[in-house]
Write a protein that binds this ligand. Structure first.
Ligand code: TYM
Length: 332
């Protein structure tokens, strides 16, 4: 039986956060030992260029993100892991998809609207084209499933729409991908403002936890986490801060929300924050030491990336060749 393709990526902007870990990476790890799937994970570095980057810092950060993938336990023998910019077919398929994407649908994307509002001085073409590049990432590999956090759902919908539109205009070419969004932890909230998503680019250092934070930093951030004015430990829409802490605890311990509530019941808010902080610190501790080992061996890191690029290119090349033929470009 042919393996189903799972594809996902993270853009190397800011830090890999606890949100990225719980919403994405933790789910990716679940599939690497499953014979039914071939998993492909990229560092979506071209996506990061929609925001101005300092080149030397950007290069280091992209490598650091790759090392963090590995440190989290993603095995390059079991998954294809590579940098998006190393496979030029992503940019080429983006062009073809651009030509079947309507300005209206691209400009209606929530993330485009939010980012345009936040950076009115830099509303560049790339920002609007961002979901098309993401669609190209996914469609190049005939992806069946895309494990992401809930914030990427709309981008997945446009990827699906473009696949269907292309298939209808030419002939069946692309697999129509499905999002894979976990029930618990698909949207981890900011520790300082639990009605907003925990975001890589948050300027308030206490709002986000990096997966490389020290135990002291993690405990301090959770101690300062915003809760609410009563002292009840309950999961519900009216209790965003406490619910976020319960979700984080449940995800770190791999238990259900109900079981997490049972375990945490009766604690004061101070003890709740300490228990959640400790569960995060325990989960992240082994990642840090492995990370240092990978970062100290750049040669090995680049060798793994090269190997991933070769495997990814092989698949991408085949898809793009098919697409170029279908749209009527001259073949040599
Ligand atoms: P990015 O880099 O913003 O986020 C990477 C992944 O982490 C998830 N995530 C979260 N999950 C739960 N709670 C949070 N607070 C949280 N913050 C982020 C995101 O949903 C995502 O799964 N455009 C994408 C990267 C990308 C991609 C792709 C993803 C590029 N090409 C192809 C899938 C398939 C992005 O910016 O994600």
């Amino acid at each position: 039986m042919e393996k189903k393709i799972i594809y996902s990526g993270i853009q190397p902007t800011g830090l890999v956060t606890l949100g990225n870990y719980i919403g994405a990476l933790q789910n990716w790890l679940k599939f690497q030992d499953d014979e039914n799937y071939q998993c492909i994970y990229s560092i979506a570095d071209l996506h990061s260029l929609t925001v101005r980057q300092v080149p030397a810092e950007f290069r280091n950060r992209a490598l650091s993100f790759f090392a963090q993938y590995l440190a989290c336990g993603l095995d390059p023998q079991k998954n294809i892991m590579y940098f998006q910019s190393h496979v030029h077919e992503h940019a080429e398929l983006t062009w073809i998809l651009n030509c079947i994407t309507y300005i209206g649908e691209a400009s209606r994307m929530t993330q485009f609207k939010e980012k345009s509002q936040k950076h009115p001085d830099n509303i560049n073409m790339g920002l609007m084209d961002y979901p098309v590049l993401m669609a190209a990432d996914i469609l190049l590999y005939n992806t069946a499933l895309v494990p992401v956090g809930v914030d990427q759902k709309q981008h997945l919908e446009i990827a699906r729409d473009l696949a269907i539109r292309f298939n209808n205009a030419y002939s069946p070419t692309f697999t129509v991908p499905e999002p894979l969004i976990s029930k618990v932890g698909a949207k981890i909230m900011s520790l300082q403002n639990p009605t907003a998503k925990m975001s890589k680019s948050d300027t308030n250092a206490n709002a986000t936890v990096s997966i490389l934070d020290s135990e002291d930093d993690i405990m301090r951030k959770f101690k300062k986490a915003v809760t609410d004015s009563d002292n009840e430990i309950r999961f519900g829409e009216d209790k965003p801060g406490v619910s976020n802490l319960i979700t984080i605890y449940a995800s770190c311990k791999s238990i259900s929300i109900d079981d997490a509530v049972k375990e945490l019941q009766g604690l004061s808010y101070a003890s709740l924050k300490e228990a959640v902080g400790a569960s995060v610190a325990e989960l992240l501790a082994p990642i840090k030491s492995r990370y240092n080992d990978f970062m100290n061996d750049k040669e090995q890191l680049l060798a793994i990336a090269k190997n991933g690029q070769e495997q990814a290119s092989y698949i991408a090349r085949k898809t793009l060749r098919k697409v170029y033929k279908k749209v009527g470009l001259v073949q040599l």
